[in-house]
Design a protein around this ligand. Structure first.
Ligand SMILES: [Zn+2]
Length: 360
């Protein structure tokens, strides 16, 4: 414990308290120990309230004005109790913050901090009527107005590269054995590279999910998605890899928590509503439709409706009757899993300073 700052332990215990409180209130499950593979991270904070982080470069003549041509932002950040660190990218503005979370992904280190900022919802949405979203493996998301979001292709490419990399290193002795108790340098390099591969794939996925959900939340005011039985789908071996990889659950979670930011309404359509087998034109159920059929055809000969399978499902979701629809309950904290909750208060002094500083 002497090797590390006491703040590291303090935040860990504070987060434990929040975790138990959430468990007692029935919001979340009982806290479990963090797994090593879920990411290395810790949080430190400045004990006297918020501090201002400035990207200004200090010259001999004095501080150069932000935005002027001579201005060159410093690629440095001062983290309380740890010291000053070099940044890969300069900061783009001044920020006031108190907590800093340091995390590692592969051999890359990240610092994240919480700022107070208001997110203004768009003044009006382009589409107000209910819009159904069907999630699938071939097309990631199909909207009832015909819009299609495809999963990013680089992800497939990166995965292919990863598989090749693992295959080429299949004969390396990578783990400790009784004969050689120390890990070889080559094994270390392998693990480092492997972690980087996984990090890249995760970054592509996160980027895609965030951009898609934001775009949808900005354009459509009334969103309807199917209550996916993700657990059940993952149990299906053929579908499992494709689904757990695409992040359907994460997609839904992001749409739900972005409700407050973009003033949208997200509704969940019951799992038992026959969205894929029902004809969106006349309402007849086609029970002969197979999972492999890419096109929906109506079983009623007098109707004869034909349509893309996913589009038909999206249509059905948008017109689902009220008894199948319920409002999505967003998670209480709209923060991504890794980030900790902001510190509430520390001292009177800090509070005063907080009021004085403004986020640019
Ligand atoms: Zn029909």
């Amino acid at each position: 414990m002497n090797n590390l700052s006491s703040k590291v332990y303090q935040t860990a215990f504070m987060q434990l308290i929040t975790a138990y409180e959430r468990w007692f209130k029935g919001i979340s499950k009982r806290p479990t120990f963090k797994r090593k593979k879920d990411g290395d991270s810790f949080t430190v904070f400045h004990s006297n309230g918020v501090v201002l982080i400035r990207p200004e470069a200090l010259s001999k003549k004095g501080r150069k004005v932000f935005g002027s041509p001579q201005f060159q932002p410093l690629k440095k950040i001062k983290i309380p109790t740890l010291g000053t660190f070099r940044l890969k990218e300069p900061l783009d503005a001044n920020y006031a913050t108190q907590t800093f979370t340091i995390s590692r992904q592969g051999n890359k280190w990240f610092v994240s901090f919480i700022i107070r900022a208001e997110k203004l919802p768009p003044l009006s949405h382009e589409v107000v009527k209910p819009t159904g979203i069907d999630l699938g493996i071939i097309n990631f998301a199909t909207l009832s107005d015909g819009r299609i979001y495809e999963a990013p292709k680089p992800m497939n490419k990166a995965k292919h590269k990863l598989a090749k990399f693992q295959w080429r290193n299949r004969n390396k002795q990578l783990r400790r054995s009784a004969k050689s108790p120390t890990i070889s340098n080559r094994a270390k390099k392998f693990h480092q590279k492997l972690a980087n591969f996984h990090g890249n794939i995760a970054n592509i996925r996160h980027d895609f999910l965030h951009k898609t959900t934001t775009e949808i939340s900005r354009k459509y005011a009334h969103i309807r998605i199917e209550d996916l039985n993700v657990q059940g789908m993952i149990a299906n071996k053929k579908l499992s890899a494709a689904i757990s990889d695409l992040g359907f659950y994460e997609f839904r979670r992001q749409l739900e928590y972005k409700q407050t930011m973009y003033a949208t309404t997200v509704e969940i359509v019951d799992r038992w509503y026959p969205s894929s087998k029902r004809c969106s034109s006349c309402g007849t159920l086609n029970k002969n439709l197979k999972l492999s059929d890419r096109e929906f055809y109506c079983a009623n000969p007098s109707c004869g409706f034909r349509c893309d399978r996913d589009l038909n499902a999206a249509h059905n979701l948008s017109i689902a009757p009220a008894e199948f629809v319920r409002l999505a309950r967003p998670e209480i904290t709209p923060v991504d899993k890794k980030e900790p909750a902001p510190l509430e208060k520390s001292s009177k002094k800090g509070k005063k300073r907080e009021a004085d500083t403004k986020v640019v």
